[in-house]
Design a protein around this ligand. Structure first.
Ligand SMILES: *Cc1c(COP(=O)(O)O)cnc(C)c1O
Length: 401
């Protein structure tokens, strides 16, 4: 078998590290041995050693399925190249990538700062599990940089960012926050949930973040058929993350990794399509008399527009809004009238989805509850707008009678 690591290094050095993401994904992950466009697939538990020396001295490239296979390590290499990280660990879900990172960094007595509009299941993990281990967590206001500064302690070991934030899409100035934290402490680690953008749109590690996490389940997968997460880290974290990975037994499914590596090659095309659709949906919602306000950094009057333009330029396919005459009852009636949008969790696939996003757990509000979140998929945009329009109108009719 051709050694893929050497092969990738050769590609990188030959072209002076100037290859763009799309070229790397397509050029580097074909089948070198047989000449097929897609790479071969390997999965398994047992690895056969060529002799006892390899077995006892532990110096074979692969030793057991849970430690990695050619297929899982190809996906790790691809994500690392996109994230500009030293290495990447694949986990069985995006949530597990987040919680594992917290477990790697924090110990009893430590303090962590987490953005208040964070992905809610992570907040639940902090409040219900980490507090049992005497780890203190504060949640800072994404709209107030002084709040983070005031809450920072000498015992703060982890600052966790998410940008744009879940459901309401507040954008943090990641570069400025990283610079500030590094001035205050050389012991504090910065992690970031990069699921909204994926490493194709934004590369947190190049901005000073130490741990970049992506729910690959979303746009990288693109078909709502796989649940996988990634943790990409800088060199200084390699030892602790690999130790914890082995101690816990974190492993990933070969079929999922194979499928993901294939889907990664088309992710940027899908993101461009989502971007163009979301511009149209944003325009429609802003001009609708049924909508009180829209939550999206794409709007020129959004407080996040400047940072979105500076750091992202592209959007994914999600947007939220608040109904005029907002109530849970009206939101439910609206959802129940939709014919093309499905009602379902998650995002990133080809199917358009609508959901009521719960923001009740937040200490700092930028919206009135409840909000409706849409994921715009690949159905015809005019059909989607008609579906929204009809649901708005049915709401009006019901409220009048
Ligand atoms: C969905 C999501 C996750 C979790 O991903 P799963 O693979 O579904 O566990 C993490 N962070 C954000 C921002 C998400 O939207």
């Amino acid at each position: 078998m051709v050694n893929r690591t050497n092969y990738l290094n050769k590609i990188k050095t030959n072209i002076n590290n100037s290859l763009s993401d799309s070229t790397i994904l397509i050029r580097a992950f074909d089948d070198m041995g047989n000449g097929f466009v897609n790479n071969y697939f390997v999965d398994g538990s047992t690895v056969l050693f060529r002799n006892s020396s390899e077995m006892i001295n532990n110096n074979a490239k692969y030793s057991y399925g849970t430690h990695g296979t050619p297929t899982t390590s190809d996906l790790c290499t691809a994500i690392s190249m996109l994230e500009h990280s030293n290495e990447t660990i694949i986990t069985c879900s995006g949530l597990m990538a987040l919680t594992t990172s917290f477990l790697c960094i924090l110990k009893p007595g430590d303090h962590a700062l987490v953005v208040d509009s964070v992905y809610y299941p992570l907040k639940r993990f902090c409040k219900m599990l980490l507090t049992r281990f005497n780890i203190h967590i504060d949640f800072f206001n994404p709209r107030d940089e002084y709040n983070l500064k005031a809450l920072f302690r000498t015992t703060t070991r982890l600052v966790h960012l998410e940008s744009p934030c879940s459901n309401t899409f507040e954008i943090l100035d990641i570069y400025a926050i990283c610079r500030y934290i590094k001035q205050r402490s050389n012991k504090c680690i910065i992690s970031m949930d990069n699921s909204w953008a994926t490493p194709l749109i934004y590369k947190p590690i190049t901005q000073g973040v130490d741990i970049s996490i992506c729910a690959l389940t979303k746009y990288p997968t693109g078909c709502s058929d796989i649940v996988v997460g990634s943790i990409s880290i800088t060199k200084k974290l390699s030892s602790i993350f690999n130790t914890v990975k082995e101690l816990i037994g974190i492993t990933s499914n070969g079929y999922d990794c194979f499928s993901l590596l294939k889907n990664l090659k088309t992710t940027i095309v899908r993101l461009y399509f989502h971007h163009n659709s979301i511009i149209k949906i944003c325009k429609y919602l802003r001009s609708s008399c049924h909508v009180a306000y829209v939550l999206s950094p794409l709007q020129p009057n959004s407080p996040d527009h400047r940072l979105w333009k500076r750091d992202y330029k592209l959007s994914n396919g999600i947007i939220s809004f608040v109904l005029k005459g907002n109530s849970l009852e009206n939101c439910r009636m609206f959802l129940d009238s939709l014919k093309i949008f499905g009602l379902g969790w998650s995002w990133g696939g080809y199917k358009s989805l609508a959901t009521i996003a719960d923001t009740k757990h937040r200490h700092f509000k930028t919206n009135t509850d409840p909000i409706i979140r849409l994921q715009i998929g690949f159905e015809d945009i005019n059909d989607l707008i008609n579906d929204l329009e009809k649901s708005f109108q049915s709401l009006n009719k019901t409220n009048k009678t």
